[in-house]
Design a protein around this ligand. Structure first.
Ligand code: SF4
Length: 67
C-alpha cells in the first residue's frame, strides 16, 4: 500500500503524526506534513487508513491495492 500527501492542503493539525510517526512527520517550522516513506509498512496500514479518514484537510491519499 502506498500513501501520498498534498502538503499544499495540509493545515498542520498533526493528526496523522499522532497515528503513525513511522509514515508521517511534520516540518519544524510550520508543522506541515512530511512523508517519511510512501511505502506503508504492514504494521502501519490501519493507522494510515485512519489518518486518511480523519485528516481535516483531506490531504492524505492512499494508492495501490494490497487491501
Ligand atoms: S492530519 Fe492532515 S492536515 Fe493534519 S498534519 Fe496530517 S496531513 Fe496535515
Amino acid at each position: 500500500m502506498k500513501v501520498e500527501v498534498q502538503a499544499d492542503k495540509c493545515i498542520a493539525s498533526g493528526q496523522c503524526v499522532l497515528l503513525s510517526d513511522v509514515v508521517f512527520d511534520q516540518d519544524d517550522e510550520e508543522g506541515i506534513v512530511v512523508l517519511r516513506t510512501s511505502e506503508v509498512p504492514e504494521s502501519e496500514q490501519s493507522a494510515v487508513r485512519e489518518a486518511e479518514r480523519i485528516c481535516p484537510a483531506r490531504a492524505i491519499r492512499l494508492a495501490g491495492s494490497g487491501g
